[in-house]
Design a protein around this ligand. Sequence first.
Ligand code: CP
Ligand code: NVA
Length: 309
Amino acid sequence: MKHFLNLKDIPSKDLRKILVDAKKRKISRKKLSHLETDKDAPLKGKLLIQMFEKSSLRTRLSFYLAIKQLGGGTLTLRPNELHLGEGGESLADTAKILSTYGDGFMLRTDSDIKIKNFKKYMTIPLINGLSPFSHPTQILSDIFTVEEIKEKPISKLNIAWIGDSNNVLNSLISASVKFNFKLSVGCPKYYQPNKSLLAWAKKTNKEIFIYNDAKKAVLNADVIFSDKVISLNDKVNKKKKLNDFKKFRITQKLLNYAKKDYSFLHCLPRGDEVDEKVFSSKKSKVWQQALNRVHVQKSILLYCFGKLR
Ligand code: CP
Ligand code: NVA
């Protein structure tokens, strides 16, 4: 049994194995519809319990389809309907019950400490479905999408991130170490990436290129990533933050600095950080990116359940 909490703590070879499996599975079920089970039904009879303390569309649906296609089922809990949420039951007891009734637990939360605590008490796999520190299932799936679009290993590509130094970027930085690709970040001066994560990357001899000028970060990029400036439950002065990011809007003009055949990715939901023209252009692969979450999360589930081929 394995947890899936932060990319930085998962060996590169395991992450690569997940992607290889996802590719095989995606190809082999091309003719099947959403709710049809993969031939081998490797998670037949297994229950994935999901809980969202913050809104979700994609993560919720993609985990639902992922476990279904592997032969299992899912149940989604609302935190305010549990005793834990009302303060009437301890996290330890909740974790024990989840581990007794279910086979896996996927949690989207506003607290990385809560993830740590659940990990301490769970005896079934725990998956981080987005926390303030990271969004590991999103980025592993995005690595899959990049390699699918570009038809080459991501280590051969220049990746750029334009936007906030948030959970998704933290996972992308972790991925750049694990998959050894060049990552350039474009963000305003007072919104630099997480210092301890950069120190961790540096320890592995990995340099992350950080620019306070979007053009410099985008120069020669093969793939440009972005995300909302204001994240879910971001407790900031929104007006000020949006204003601080004015020069980091993804426009066609900015993308002229990228390679000619660049691709644009965005995990969604989106705000005003990207022009509609860019978002709906041919080079934007955001819908393919969103759907690939199903395929990659299936292999993440198999990894957690010790069933990866
Ligand atoms: N990208 C992503 O995680 O979307 P949701 O917030 O809708 O799950
Ligand atoms: N950074 C965003 C990602 C949403 C999928 C957030 O945390 O809200």
